[in-house]
Design a protein around this ligand. Structure first.
Ligand code: SIN
Ligand code: CO
Length: 369
C-alpha cells in the first residue's frame, strides 16, 4: 500500500500458489445465462471487435473450439462463496473502495484488446496461461467507431506470461492487453473510486432530504407586496436573493459527509436481489442464531464510522455496546455462535438481526439451515 497502490504496476509470481478457479468453466457459463448477472461477450473474429451484453444461453455462445472470444462475468462474488472468499483476501483495501470480482473465460487468442481502465485492478490468473503486455504510455486515444475501448496506439514496454497463481496489479489509466494462450480464466479484482461530480450530485440530494426538518428550508417562496409586472418574462429581482438566503441553510461538515458516504457507498448494486426469507418466530430465530451464528448475505454491504453503522443504504446510530458487535459483524462479515451468545442479551440486537434476516440482508450460518 505504501509503495505500489495507485502508483505503479506490480507482477507477483505465485501470489496464490495452488489456486483453483473459484467457479468451473461450466458454472461460469451458467452464471452468464442468468438475468441478474452482468455478462459480456467480446469476439475478435476475422479481425473485427464485437461486444454483446448477456444473458447468454449456452447455444448463443461461440463454440468452445472457436478461437479469439472471451466471456466476462461481473460480480461473481455475489453469487459464489469461493469467489467471495477470494475477494475477501483483498480487504487490505477498505470495503468502501472494493467493487467486485469479475471472471473472464477466454479461448486461445481471446482478450478485450489493448485498453486502459479508470480503476485499479488485480489480474489474477486462475487457470491456463495469459500473456499480459503493459505500457506506461500517456497517449490514451481510442480507436473510433468501435463497440469497445481499444487504444489507437499501444506500444508495450513489458510483457509476461502469467500462469495460475500469478497476479498483476495495475493502477488506474495504465495501458494493458491480455491475450489467452490456450483457453484460460482470469479473475479481476476491481475497485470503485466514485467521481467527485457523481458524489456531489448524490450528496446534495441527500443533504436536502436530511435538512428537511431545518426551519430555514421550510415553507415556500412568497412575494407579498410584489409590484405588477411590466416585463413578465423577467425573473423577479428579489427572487434569487431570497432563495440564495434560504439555501445557506444547506451547510455541512465532515461528520455529515461521512454519514452520506456510508449511506451512499453501502447501497447494494442495482442487480442485487435479496432472497425473501419465510418468517421464523423470534424464539426459534434466537435459538438458531445462538447455536450457529450469522453471516452477512453476499450482496450486503456493511460499513461504519465513529457514529454510524450502515447496512445496504440504511444508517443506524447504535449505542456503543451494540456498535462494538456491529463493527465486528461488518469487519468479519459474520458473528460466530459464541459471539452471538456473548451479545444476545443486549437490548434490540437479536430483534434487529431477526429483522435483517427476514429482509435477506443477514443469514443464519449455513449450518443452521
Ligand atoms: C480480461 O480478463 O480479459 C480483461 C481484464 C482487463 O483487462 O481489465
Ligand atoms: Co483492463
Amino acid at each position: 500500500m505504501r509503495d505500489i497502490w495507485q502508483r505503479k504496476p506490480l507482477l507477483i509470481r505465485q501470489a496464490f500458489p495452488g489456486i483453483v478457479p473459484p467457479v468451473s468453466r461450466e458454472a461460469l457459463l451458467s452464471l452468464a445465462d442468468r438475468n441478474e448477472v452482468e455478462s459480456r461477450l467480446v469476439t475478435h473474429f476475422r479481425n473485427r471487435w464485437k461486444l454483446e451484453q448477456g444473458p447468454f444461453a449456452a447455444e448463443n455462445l461461440p463454440s468452445l473450439k472457436a478461437k479469439q472470444w472471451t466471456l466476462l462475468v461481473q460480480g461473481v462474488n455475489l453469487h459464489d462463496t469461493a469467489a467471495a472468499d477470494l475477494m475477501g483476501q483483498f480487504r487490505f483495501v477498505p470495503d468502501a473502495r472494493l467493487d467486485d470480482l469479475m471472471i473472464s473465460y477466454a479461448t486461445d487468442g481471446g482478450g478485450v484488446g489493448p485498453h486502459f481502465d479508470s480503476y485499479d485492478v488485480f489480474l489474477l490468473q486462475v487457470s491456463g496461461r495469459r500473456r499480459w503486455r503493459i505500457s506506461s504510455q500517456t497517449k490514451l486515444d481510442l480507436l473510433p467507431n468501435l463497440p469497445l475501448k481499444i487504444l489507437a496506439d499501444f506500444s508495450a514496454e513489458e510483457e509476461w506470461v502469467l500462469e495460475p497463481g500469478d497476479m498483476l496489479y495495475l493502477p488506474p489509466q495504465y495501458a494493458h492487453d491480455g491475450t489467452a494462450e490456450g483457453e484460460c480464466m482470469t479473475c479481476s479484482i476491481g475497485f470503485r473510486a466514485p467521481a467527485y461530480r457523481e458524489l456531489a450530485g448524490h450528496f446534495l440530494a441527500w443533504l436536502s432530504e436530511t435538512v428537511e426538518d431545518n426551519e430555514d428550508l421550510g415553507g415556500r417562496y412568497a412575494d407579498p407586496g410584489e409590484r405588477a409586472a411590466k416585463n413578465p418574462a423577467h425573473l423577479p429581482a428579489g427572487m434569487a436573493k431570497a432563495v440564495a438566503q434560504r439555501l445557506k441553510a444547506l451547510q455541512w461538515n465532515s461528520a455529515m459527509v461521512s454519514e452520506f458516504l456510508g449511506t451512499y457507498l453501502s447501497e447494494p448494486k442495482p442487480t442485487v436481489e435479496f432472497a425473501e426469507v419465510p418468517d421464523i418466530p423470534m424464539r426459534q430465530y434466537a435459538k438458531l442464531a445462538r447455536t450457529h451464528g450469522v453471516v452477512l448475505a453476499p450482496g450486503s454491504i456493511a460499513l461504519y464510522d465513529g457514529t454510524h453503522f450502515f447496512l445496504n443504504g440504511e444508517a443506524y446510530e447504535p449505542p456503543p455496546e451494540l456498535a462494538r458487535w456491529l463493527h465486528r459483524l461488518a469487519d468479519y462479515r459474520q458473528l460466530s455462535a459464541a459471539e452471538i451468545k456473548a451479545c444476545a442479551e443486549l437490548p434490540d440486537l437479536l430483534d434487529t438481526f431477526h429483522h435483517w434476516t427476514l429482509e435477506g440482508w443477514l443469514q443464519l450460518s449455513p449450518a443452521a439451515l
